[in-house]
Design a protein around this ligand. Structure first.
Ligand code: SF4
Length: 194
């Protein structure tokens, strides 16, 4: 049975459903709007995240559903999924990561330009999941820093979208100076990244 889709049917409802991006705090006036540069850049960044899906197993299928028309990740300005690390700013790791694969995940992360963010999607990427074995990495945060963890085995597309929106919050509020801070540099050093 087809799932009910309640939007994009009634023109009146459509108009009320479509909203513009929320403008940052600032000072509006006639013909001008003054706001913090970091807020404006955060607004642009959070609505144009380009994900790199690193999918190794079942959670990747949930991501495919998330990209599909029903869940429609494109609503967030993220329809441009890329497989070139140099053109992406969000690494989405989905699936079981074997220890042999760990250095590959790290290499992909290193090839991404700053600022970059990481989501661990599902139990396997977050903690190894049910695979408490000699061969499986017990969480990708052993090789790269993770910003958001999405629980579930597998997480439903709604959960992936929820994790994605949490990343948007982080991206929108991030200070332009964060990547130069001692705290961030120390975090990178703890992963052996200069
Ligand atoms: S968390 Fe579950 S669904 Fe996702 S990759 Fe692991 S075993 Fe598969």
């Amino acid at each position: 049975m087809a799932r009910p889709v309640s939007y994009n049917i009634n023109q009146k409802k459509l108009e009320s459903d479509i909203s513009m991006g929320t403008s940052p705090d600032g000072y509006p006036g006639e013909g001008f709007f003054a706001a913090k540069l970091s807020d404006v850049i955060g607004l642009a960044r959070k609505n144009s995240i380009w994900p790199l899906p690193f999918a190794t197993s079942c959670c990747g299928i949930e991501f495919m559903a998330t990209m599909g028309s029903h869940y429609d990740l494109a609503r967030f300005g993220s329809e441009r999924v890329g497989f070139s690390p140099r053109q992406c700013d969000l690494l989405m790791v989905m699936g079981t990561i074997a220890k042999k694969m760990g250095p590959v995940v790290k290499q992909v992360y290193l090839q991404m330009a700053e600022p970059r963010w990481v989501i661990a999607v599902g139990a396997c990427a977050s903690s190894g999941g049910i695979f408490d074995t000699y061969s499986v990495l017990q969480g990708i945060d052993q090789v790269v820093p993770v910003d958001v963890y999405v629980p579930g085995c597998p997480p439903r597309p709604e959960a992936i979208l929820d994790g994605f929106m949490k990343i948007q919050d982080l991206v929108g509020k991030e200070s332009l100076r964060r990547r130069n801070s001692d705290e961030y540099n120390n975090l990178m050093k703890s992963y052996g990244i200069q």
